[in-house]
Design a protein around this ligand. Structure first.
Ligand code: 5GP
Length: 197
């Protein structure tokens, strides 16, 4: 594996999607397109936002060992197809996953060298406000997401790095600095290996 696998995770409403967009504008990173069984929403594109599949299709992918990780989140499956990620990493590309914590921790146990970043919301009240104001989910779904966030926040100390998303620019800069640090470490290790050969 030549590229670095970066995982950006945290509770729904923490701003993962926006931070990801900013990172992709500024950094040479390839975003993995996940598969999901949830319904497609307005403004989303099949094959770009997600690969939208049926439950039997998703379960078939699990059975065939096609998933790097997957999770059931609020009644839907979400997962990362293994092959595209492996191909990118093998050809020296750095890959970014934007996934929830159950999946992030699976990635860590399968690929210990993956770099996990946990985005921390400034407060529970702010998390709730963001879920309400973005208006993507109905009130039951918001309640489910907030309930899930309790367990998710307790996983933060299992990550390589925790970054508070209280100010978008500052948060993105902090994630970028951490990515740069990890790339620096990788380059140093490669240089040492090449020196020995
Ligand atoms: P949404 O329905 O808002 O698009 O996504 C719900 C949650 O699923 C978000 O926290 C998102 O990060 C997460 N998610 C998206 N893709 C994946 C994936 O491939 N695997 C896992 N474990 N979570 C994902």
């Amino acid at each position: 594996m030549k590229g670095i696998l970066f995982v950006l995770s945290g509770p729904s409403g923490t701003g993962k999607g926006t931070v990801c967009e900013r990172l992709l504008e500024k950094e040479p990173l390839h975003l993995s397109v996940s598969a999901t069984t949830r319904d497609i929403r307005e403004g989303e594109t099949d094959g770009v936002t997600y690969h939208y599949v049926s439950v039997p299709e998703f379960e078939g992918m699990i059975k065939n060992g096609e998933m790097l990780e997957y999770a059931s989140y609020n009644g839907n499956y979400y997962g990362t197809p293994k092959k595209s990620v492996a191909d990118l990493l093998d050809t020296g590309h750095d890959v970014l996953l934007e996934i929830e914590p159950q999946g992030a921790l699976q990635v860590k146990s399968i690929i210990p060298e993956a770099v996990l970043v946990f985005l921390v919301p400034p407060s529970m009240q702010e998390l709730k406000n963001r879920l309400i104001t973005r208006g993507r989910e109905n009130s039951d779904e918001i309640k489910e997401r907030l309930a899930a966030s309790q367990w998710e926040l307790r996983q933060a100390d299992k990550y390589n790095k925790q970054i508070v998303n209280d100010d978008l620019d500052r948060c993105v800069n902090e994630v970028r600095a951490y990515i740069a640090e990890k790339r620096g470490e990788r380059n140093m290790i490669e240089a040492l290996i090449n020196e020995k050969v």
